[in-house]
Design a binder for this molecule. Structure first.
Ligand SMILES: [Zn+2]
Ligand SMILES: [Zn+2]
Length: 402
């Protein structure tokens, strides 16, 4: 055996015995190492993840996917996703180098998401919140009709349930493959936020991460009651080059960074990732305990539209709980007296009088917007709004997410 063949044998043996390479979860085969986008330091992904994807060399906040974000933001095991199955379609049959449907399929397989946002509810240090997290890995976090619809539904859910809303933005803007249908999402989301913030008087916190640009910046990202950004995040509407060409002038180096925007009054706070959860928890606690909050008032059409599905949902819920609720109703000695007293308090002649309610067998109340459902003996559902206060009847302990 020559020395060369011995070396070759050794090499093959070494390869055979080498530990099998395993892809880290959710990384989709991007290897064990990565490079900081800012300072170029080589980073071990496992350690980077443990450090919430903040560079050890320069403290730069690297992009984080939506799963990791939720994991760091919410209490373990409390995430309840909403509208997970809402999926995009291709109304324009858009095609550039690749068909839009192909791009969607690739992104869906790579990220395990249907579109570029995850919405749902969860607990943040024990405080219930509605959370939406955009995922930049899904076609640059672009906002198409699904992203718009899911965020709108989340906002409406938060409004009806009286939850504080947190949206984590990471987006390249509106999704060009869906054309005007993407652009109209800006107005749709803003309208839903108007009801949430200005009418229901509920809290909305926007968290801007790198990058937040285009239509997202131009709509919900900049509408937060509090706008929080991560350090050195790229936040803007149009790209730097476009602005330079249009204005024909040199822009400062830190243009469109969160520090620059904060200095010019477009942001409220810059919070490093490691403090974000604690900061949010403190903000929510202060908000929850604020003594002089104005109670919100939802306009009529905004109060939980009674669709057939929803009606059935409440009916079944009330039926399954009817024993408990009837007991609560009878505990007030005489339910008819008690109900009519409550109804008279409102002094609204348009509302149902107790005589109109035949044989109420059970009812349920949504604590946040004073809506009461009565079920009569025939299983008919009646809706009574603005009559009962939070203390009157507690909503039974059940799974609320639909
Ligand atoms: Zn770095
Ligand atoms: Zn109420």
């Amino acid at each position: 055996m020559s020395i060369l063949s011995w070396i070759e044998d050794q090499r093959k043996l070494k390869l055979l015995n080498a530990p099998k390479y395993t892809h880290p979860d959710t990384e989709g085969g991007q290897g064990l190492w990565t490079r900081c986008d800012h300072c170029g330091v080589i980073l071990y992904i496992k350690h980077l993840k443990e450090n919430q994807r903040v560079c050890f060399g320069c403290g730069y906040h690297l992009q984080m996917n939506s799963h990791e974000r939720l994991e760091h933001l919410l209490d373990t095991g409390t995430w309840r996703p909403l509208d997970e199955t809402v999926s995009p379609c291709d109304p324009l049959q858009f095609k550039d180098q690749k068909a839009y449907t192909e791009r969607l399929k690739d992104a869906q397989e790579r990220t395990g998401l249907q579109d570029a946002v995850q919405t749902g509810t969860g607990l943040l240090d024990g405080i219930p919140v509605a959370v939406g997290v955009m995922d930049f890995n899904f076609m640059g976090g672009s906002m198409g009709s699904v992203v718009g619809e899911k965020i709108t539904r989340l906002i409406e859910y938060a409004t009806h349930e009286g939850l504080s809303l947190i949206l984590v933005c990471a987006s390249g803007g509106a999704r060009m493959q869906e054309g005007i249908l993407s652009l109209m999402q800006m107005a749709k989301i803003s309208a839903a936020l108007h009801v949430h913030q200005n009418l229901a008087k509920l809290l909305y916190i926007a968290i801007l991460t790198s990058p937040t640009t285009g239509g997202v910046t131009a709509s919900f990202a900049m509408l937060g009651d509090l706008i929080i950004a991560e350090p050195k995040a790229l936040i803007g509407f149009a790209g730097r080059r476009v602005i330079e060409q249009t204005l024909q002038e040199q822009l400062p180096d830190d243009f469109q960074t969160s520090e620059y925007l904060c200095h010019h009054g477009l942001l409220d706070l810059i919070i490093p990732r490691s403090f974000l959860k604690q900061a949010l928890s403190e903000i929510l606690t202060v908000y929850r305990d604020a003594p002089l909050r104005t109670p919100g008032e939802l306009p009529y059409g905004e109060r939980g539209p009674m669709t057939k599905v929803l009606e059935e949902h409440w009916r079944r819920l009330a039926e399954s709980k009817s024993g408990e609720i009837s007991r609560k109703l009878t505990e007030t000695t005489n339910k008819n007296h008690w109900l009519s007293a409550k109804l008279n308090e409102t002094q609204n002649t348009d509302q149902l009088q107790i005589g109109d309610l035949p044989d109420v067998i059970s009812g349920a109340c949504i604590p946040t917007h004073h809506t009461m459902w009565f079920i009569d003996a025939n299983g008919q559902v009646m809706v009574q709004q603005e009559t009962f206060t939070r203390e009157t009847i507690e909503w039974p302990e059940t799974e609320k997410s639909s």
